[in-house]
Design a protein around this ligand. Structure first.
Ligand code: SAH
Length: 221
């Protein structure tokens, strides 16, 4: 049903050039993006869009993240093969594929049931293996904690405490935090139980993180 041939690989090589020009330097991340057939997540008619550096609607009011954003977050995570990673916001499942190509073991949580089912079916069909969970990821996934890395792919009003708690010592959390228009990318490193080091990066624009530690809590205040 799906095909990935020299034409698609060529389109991905052009995308990699664009990402390099925009400042992505991690060769392992670029190689992972070269491996994942992003056009599988699009209708056939939208092949060109699949390899533009743009976000795209995936239904249910959600989007597949822009390749640059996926590359930037993946680079900040510094994924090592075999690491256990928690992703909040499965969405299309594309970012999950990139993490899997980097050799991670991935637990991915999605709030919208339809998207959870769809991405689980899609990645399984593509031959990828991850643990797919339907639920509110703003509270993390305590049943499988601690995680070496946690990546949040929706915009949060604050850093959820539960996520910091579920990080292993030496672990990193990459999360966009801000208002509903733009969010600053943060990387928090848990040096020990009492010390979190925070690094701040550029602004991005994500869909809202919902749930108890996301915007549902923030707007109830
Ligand atoms: N990583 C995705 C990007 C998806 S967009 C990709 O590669 O395509 C963000 C996703 O986060 C949406 O699917 C949205 O439904 C989901 N989301 C929002 N709040 C959430 C929450 N509290 N828990 C889990 N997923 C959430």
């Amino acid at each position: 049903m799906y095909q990935d041939d020299y034409k698609h690989k060529g389109m991905r090589r052009s995308l990699i050039r664009i990402l390099t020009q925009k400042g992505i330097t991690d060769q392992r991340v670029l190689r992972a993006i070269q491996e994942v057939p992003r056009h599988f997540f699009f209708e056939k008619a939208f092949l060109e869009q699949a390899y533009q550096d743009k976000a795209f609607p995936i239904g249910e009011g959600q989007t597949i993240s822009q390749p640059y954003t996926v590359a930037f977050q993946s680079q900040l995570l510094e994924v090592q093969p075999g690491e256990k990673i928690l992703e909040i916001g499965t969405g299309s499942g594309y970012q999950c594929c990139v993490l899997l190509e980097l050799g991670a073991r991935v637990y991915t949580v999605e709030y919208v049931q339809k998207l959870h089912h769809r991405s689980k079916a899609m990645l399984t069909q593509m031959g990828y293996q991850a643990v797919f969970v339907h639920g509110d990821g703003s509270r993390g996934l305590p049943s499988h904690a601690p995680y070496d890395k946690i990546i949040v792919t929706a915009g949060a009003p604050m850093v959820p405490n539960d996520l910091l708690r579920q990080l292993a010592i030496g672990g990193k959390l990459v999360i966009p935090v801000g208002d509903d228009k733009q969010q600053k990318m943060l990387r928090l490193t848990k040096q020990n139980e009492n010390t979190i080091v925070k690094e701040e990066y550029d602004f991005f624009s994500f869909v809202k993180l919902r749930g108890a530690q996301g915007w549902d809590a923030a707007s109830a205040r």
